[in-house]
Design a protein around this ligand. Structure first.
Ligand code: SF4
Length: 546
């Protein structure tokens, strides 16, 4: 601990920023300077950061491609849609579940295609003569083999370059089958600056082709949809356990542990609860415009945050029975959380963390670290936009650039038959007057301490430099960063796929997280990263006869 304090005194945030930029040629340094921000007090304003811009060529980014965001993040966790990657097998490899999305396919007759990897395996001749026939054959083969409810097609870079019309093929096959919804995503890897573009493309198509397909009412009280929860390491299972215990009915999760039918019925819910704002706020907005379902931001990462989110849901429905049940569940769950947290905190208090992950996770996980007394020194997102950093109120100021224009903005209007505001306007106004926030998301920057460093699209060099300068007790990012950071003698926790751990959401998840962080930051193994002769290179020896 004393060591960390010493380094912090030595390196002022401005000096750290200068040091990070000093390696770059002047033009690159000028660009990166706009994405590295020192969180300083400003009069009634949140400092502005540049985000969602192209990574400078040559820099080893942490980001993924648009296809990865569409196929991997959004559609990856859905079990009963056959997802075919149309492209060479190199991209196809990533259509094989690479995140630790979990699913419960134990129900009788449940279909689960998540363990499979479907690709058209395009060859040279397909690139030269076109790949539509091959795609058609692949869709037919998948249909004949599995008879799924739906088949989705994902375009990779070469498909966009040669101009295969995947939407026409999908339409033709859907009409041919009659009992299988076939739709396609123009999510070529180059379509946007990061995986964020893929999330947007995925959401647009799911909304266009699946949501609203099943009008049958769903049983249960207090119906919600959970948006932006991907069931990594079983997070979604823990959240569902808590919701069920409170008597809240989760109609559809987008998209952890989800099914085609859940998406098709999402429009019957009465409230949309948004976890990862970045990846899914588009769906929340479209569900409100078309069907009249309001949305709120929730966060089930952190025990306190979980309790707060449950109370927020209960307040929306305003039913005494639900409000009391939620309080009873919190009262039942918290004592164990408090006991573990208080014990762990004696060993973690004052330790430091860095988080560079996702478009909401770097924000959400700061809550869990704060619960065990750990301070976040520096954080940033891989694929966020300015509103994720500064808050949703900056959206009107965001410039639409050429990369954003690349992504189709679908026009959504109120459904003539099915639009129904879930609450009268007076009730919404009353809730708002009492401080209740709809369609609102606080950015990460205002919630971080002054003097912390916020960095967008951190790269390999900057990650290593930051660790070298500030020596945090733990660094959180993804698999690409894992081993280079560990080689520096700092524990690295993956917050994309949780290594082999989880769940970390909800009450049980918080307990798992406290224990795991305790193990990581207090393990002595990191002090053995350097061999004795590296620690102390001067060797002395004596001859045996001396
Ligand atoms: S960037 Fe293009 S070629 Fe690379 S994995 Fe993504 S879709 Fe495939």
């Amino acid at each position: 601990m004393a060591k960390t304090k010493h380094r912090l005194v030595k390196w002022e945030p401005t000096a750290i920023k200068e040091e990070l930029l000093s390696k770059y040629p002047p033009k690159v340094a000028r660009k990166r300077a706009k994405q590295i921000l020192i969180n300083e007090a400003q009069e009634n304003e949140t400092p502005e950061i540049q985000a969602n811009v192209r990574t400078i060529p040559g820099i080893i980014t942490m980001r993924g491609c648009t296809y990865a965001g569409c196929k991997g993040v959004i559609l990856g966790p859905t079990r009963d849609i056959v997802n075919i990657t149309h492209g060479p097998i190199g991209c196809g490899f990533y259509s094989w579940l690479t995140r630790r999305n979990q699913t419960d396919a134990t129900a009788e007759g449940a279909e689960n295609y998540m363990p499979y990897c479907f690709s058209t395996d395009m060859q040279d001749q397909d690139i030269i003569f076109g790949g539509e026939k091959k795609l058609e054959k692949a869709i037919q083969e998948a249909y004949d083999t599995f008879h799924p409810k739906a088949i989705a097609i994902f375009a990779t870079c070469p498909v966009g370059l040669i101009g295969d019309d995947i939407h026409a093929v999908a339409k033709k096959m859907k009409e041919k089958f009659g009992d299988c919804n076939v739709f396609a995503f123009s999510c070529e890897g180059y379509k946007g600056v990061s995986q964020s573009a893929g999330h947007h493309i995925a959401n647009n198509q799911i909304f266009k082709h699946v949501v609203g397909e099943n009008d049958a009412d769903k049983p249960g009280e207090y119906k919600i949809n959970l948006l932006g929860e991907y069931n990594i390491g079983g997070d979604g299972f823990e959240i569902d356990r808590i919701l069920k215990k409170c008597g809240i009915s989760n109609i559809a999760t987008f998209s952890g542990n989800s099914t085609y039918d859940q998406f098709a019925s999402a429009h019957v819910a009465d409230l949309n609860c948004v976890m990862c704002h970045r990846s899914i706020n588009y769906v929340a907005d479209m569900l409100e415009t078309k069907f009249g379902i309001p949305w709120i931001k929730v966060n089930f990462i952190g025990a306190e945050a979980t309790a707060k989110s449950l109370r927020k849901i209960a307040q929306y429905f305003g039913d005494k029975k639900l409000i009391e049940k939620v309080e009873a569940v919190i009262a039942e769950e918290m004592p164990l959380v408090d006991a573990v947290r208080d014990d762990v905190r004696t060993r973690t208090e004052g330790k430091t963390a860095m988080l560079f992950v996702g478009g909401s996770r770097a924000h959400h996980y700061q809550e869990l670290f704060a619960e065990i007394g750990m301070k976040t020194l520096s954080a940033g997102y891989e694929f966020a936009h300015r509103d994720d950093y500064e808050g949703r109120e900056v959206i009107p100021d965001l410039k639409v650039d050429a990369d954003s224009r690349n992504i189709e903005e679908i026009e959504v209007n109120a459904d003539p038959e099915r639009y129904s505001p879930r609450k009268p306007a007076e009730e919404i106004a009353k809730l708002e007057a009492a401080g209740y926030k709809f369609k609102h998301y606080d950015g990460m920057i205002p919630e971080m301490d002054k003097g912390t460093i916020v960095i967008d699209d951190l790269n390999q060099y900057e990650a290593e430099k930051l660790v070298e300068l500030l020596h945090p007790d733990i660094f959180c990012a993804g698999i690409k960063e894992k081993f280079s950071i560990q080689k520096l003698g700092v524990p690295m926790k993956q917050l994309h796929s949780y290594d082999s751990g989880g769940p970390y959401a909800g009450f049980s998840g918080a307990i798992n997280f406290y224990k795991e962080i305790d193990r990581l930051v207090n393990s002595r193994v990191w002090s053995y990263m350097k061999a004795p002769w590296q620690e102390n290179p001067e060797l002395s020896a004596t001859y045996v006869w001396e």
